[in-house]
Design a protein around this ligand. Structure first.
Ligand code: ATP
Ligand code: MG
Ligand code: MG
Ligand code: MG
Length: 433
């Protein structure tokens, strides 16, 4: 992408309405634009990151055996009357009446709809287990939408739903998702700690919230210091094992939200911090399958009401939470797996023929090698270019200027550490390809 062509409306001033750093930086970096309270348009830079995050979520869901589908945003109230949640959900649900006076709603979650789809088609234990997910916009009419994408009204969620014949099966599905979530967040370069959570209005037996530690988090959380050092990707077992040993080991390391915190059980080396909920998993048994009659024929021909769980990740909130966890005075520091571009080429003097020739050549070679590159080919002061690059947080910056070229070097800077290296063009390329 050439920066001269890119729709990237960065701001120099700090927007007054933004109270937390992720909101400020997303506005300043030209990632989003608020269109109504708690509702945002994703501009090209923000959209790239949102897709990166969604793709990692998708890959880990697929790896864990879940199957992707897509359910609509608009739902019929009838299903929610069957589950008993139509009244119970309260004012957070955006209710809509269509021209035929039918009661509809903008889905805040999809337990009812998926249970209805499941029961229409699945009639036998032979078709179990099943785990289905989608990545779709949700709407919750939050009483106080705030902090930008962290608590929006319209937000992107990955939600999936497991269906099993018995409790043992359902718990295995839960453990699989527990592992998938640990891997998902670790791959994004962030530390999300699973904390024993209250099951709240969805109800049920077993639940963990995945929490990122950040000063601006809305909840108070407590965890064993060991969580900060765990390397989940190195340890994680194959997803097709029964995962018991793994699950027991991880859940034995203390971590709890305020509601579940028990000072008597907490370890000596306790971390007390603020946390952001980026994911939440539930096992709730027959809570929906019973009232909605999701029943299959068991091995002995007897009817069995299926065991269910649901699992959510706030995909759009994750984008903001990553910024909360990874930024400095100058701007965003994207972990490489979710960065909008891997590398930026900064042309210090676009009217210098040799400088632009080298930049164009680098740009062509990198793009040809499928490296995602942002090429700053604008006729701007170097200071403004560096400030923009630091603000939008591209992990690697390759600076090309006439003086360096005379000495046969370009400068490669790593955004995360500020570390700079002078390298020949070929050595610089070798490092980032
Ligand atoms: P919160 O406690 O923050 O209100 P929740 O417990 O109501 O979230 P869940 O029903 O567990 O949310 O939904 C799954 C995930 O969706 C959450 O873990 C969170 O990451 C995300 N999420 C929920 N509400 C919002 C929101 N208003 N804006 C952005 N993401 C949200
Ligand atoms: Mg909520
Ligand atoms: Mg919550
Ligand atoms: Mg929750």
């Amino acid at each position: 992408m050439r920066m001269s062509q890119f729709f990237l409306p960065t701001l120099k001033e700090t927007p007054a309405e933004a109270q937390v750093v992720s909101h400020r930086l997303m506005l300043r970096a030209g990632m989003i634009r608020q269109t109504s309270a708690g509702i945002y348009a994703w501009l090209p830079l923000g959209w790239r990151v949102l897709q990166k995050v969604a793709q990692i979520v998708r890959e880990e869901q697929d790896r864990a055996g879940a199957q992707e589908m897509l359910m609509p945003t608009i739902q019929s109230a009838d299903l929610w009357k069957q589950s008993g949640r139509y009244e119970a959900y309260g004012k957070e649900m955006l209710r809509i009446t269509d021209r035929h006076d039918r009661e509809m709603l903008y889905g805040p979650t999809n337990e009812e709809m998926i249970t209805d789809i499941f029961k229409t088609f699945v009639k036998s234990y032979k078709d179990l287990p099943k785990n289905l997910y989608h990545i779709q916009w949700k709407f919750r009419d939050e009483i106080r939408p705030r902090f930008g994408l962290m608590r929006g009204r319209e937000f992107l969620m990955k939600d999936n739903y497991s269906f099993d014949l018995d409790v043992e099966g359902a718990k295995l599905s839960y453990r699989r998702m527990f592992l998938a979530y640990l891997r998902t967040f670790a791959r994004m370069g962030i530390k999300a700690i699973p904390m024993r959570a209250d099951t709240g209005p969805i109800g049920g037996d077993l639940s963990h919230e995945f929490i990122i530690l950040a000063e601006t988090g809305e909840s108070q959380v407590f965890c064993d210091r060991r969580w900060l050092e765990l390397d989940v990707l190195a340890e994680a077992p194959a997803p097709d094992s029964d995962l018991k040993e793994f699950f027991d080991r991880y859940t034995s390391i203390y971590a709890a939200t305020e509601e579940m915190h028990d000072a008597a059980k907490a370890p000596a080396d306790l971390v007390t911090a603020r946390g952001i909920e980026v994911g939440h998993i539930f096992y709730f048994g027959k809570k929906y399958s019973q009232p909605m009659e999701a029943i299959v024929a068991g091995p002995d021909g007897q009817p069995v009401t299926v065991e269910m769980g649901s699992y959510g990740i706030g995909v759009s909130r994750v984008v903001a939470a990553i910024i909360e966890a990874s930024h400095d005075e100058q701007g965003i520091i994207w972990p490489e797996p979710v960065a909008p571009f891997k590398l930026a080429i900064v042309n210090l003097k676009v009217d210098d023929a040799e400088c632009s020739r080298v930049c164009e050549d680098l740009y062509a070679r990198l793009t040809g090698a499928k490296v995602e590159v942002l090429y700053d080919d604008r006729n701007e002061r170097p200071g403004a270019k560096f400030a923009d690059m630091d603000l939008i947080g591209v992990p690697w910056q390759l600076t090309v200027g006439p003086r360096g070229l005379k000495a046969g070097v370009v400068e490669l800077k790593r955004r995360a550490t500020g570390e700079k290296l002078e390298l020949s063009v070929e050595d610089a390329l070798a490092r980032v390809m």
